[in-house]
Write a protein that binds this ligand. Sequence first.
Ligand SMILES: [Cu+2]
Length: 350
Amino acid sequence: MQNRLTMMTALMFVMILSLVGLPAPAPATHAQTDELCFAETGYCISGRIRQYWQLYGGLPVFGFPISAQGEAQIEDQVLTVQWFERNRLELHPANPRPFDVLIGRIGVERLEQQGRDWQAFPRETEERPGCRFFPETGQNVCGEILAAWRANGLELDGVVGFIERENLALYGLPISPLIEEELDGRRYQVQWFERARFELHPENAPPFNVLLGRLGAEVRNAASVSTDLLVDVRGDDFAFVPEQLNVAPAIAVNITFLNTAQSYPHNWVLLNTGDLSVAQEFNTAAGRAGRANNFLPPDQSLVLAASTVLNPGAFEVISFTTPTDGGDYLYICTVPGHFAAGMYGVLSVR
Ligand SMILES: [Cu+2]
């Protein structure tokens, strides 16, 4: 609800500015190069994604960015993508414009995530009065949702205003009838499209009585489930297995650290750095702290998560949330001599 209100406030602000004919100032906070940054979420847009976002609808259509631009695996392809409140934009540089940026089929993805088969929704066979019927999917789109669907599109013909082909390119086909669903604890009438969920909010004054669902945030949050990972040590070598762990940002993780060594005690300490020399300095201070302190120094500002020192055969489950910022984070064993012998690995957050 908080986000909806923030969005609406931002929208009204932009609207008021356009009504009085002033150029809307960019909501930039710390823009550099061609970056446009948003204090609301702390993320920036730049390059072709920024251009696309601005050209084809901005805040009401896509919402604020909720991730940095980064690589992601989407259906067997590794693509550069960026997540927004309402969608996901993907770069496909081999395609001609405007199809070098594609919008995720986020409506279909979200329904799949919820275990709902859109093909099983009730279908119709003909147009109802005042509606547009799509025989491809057997759905009518009517009234205020039809008007909202027609209000935005991709500019394909270079003519101001949007023809149906352009609306379709942006939102895709309707894949459900108008149905009632619970959102934020209240019942709303919604209609699902391939790339959007249109929601009727009669409590709002136009044009905010039709809102687009925050499908980007919903899909991303639902994918950020808790992950269980196992780390152990390789015999009596001073090495973690594995030496690299790959995780998504901002997800709950349980790491089971098992000391499979025959002879040596070990610990597992995750640091907020990917820099080996910073880790080395930390390790030196940790060694001085002594076993009674689990070889952790008084200043633990670099520590994201840590186990105690485990004897051979012992294990411990370490629960923490992965960093929001993508990057490499070192995990090390601070038992004296072990880090120097190579006992470290990398938590790769992508
Ligand atoms: Cu060790």
